[in-house]
Write a protein that binds this ligand. Sequence first.
Ligand code: FES
Length: 98
Amino acid sequence: MSQLTLVTRAGSHELPVELNQTVVAIAKKHKVVWGHACQRGVCAQCRTFVLEGAEFLNEVTKEEKLRLRKAERVEGFRLGCQIQVVQDGDVKLAHRPY
Ligand code: FES
């Protein structure tokens, strides 16, 4: 079974992959602290660095294009409230707010 690893300041959490759910929603469900407020791609409290498995994620959303600088996106930053795993595979993400 594919694994979703969420890395926070408190440590690393290994969860089963759930398709088509945002990372913020999955973190909430499993009581992993993944800062967020708006869940609309505005506040960036959910800023996330993709460590592994970018190819299993949804396309960058228009909200992410508006909120994150192009250089950040190229480096691998996304927004946790926008990211969804859309294809089965191992994904590893780190919470990296500003
Ligand atoms: S929760 Fe505000 S941008 Fe993701």
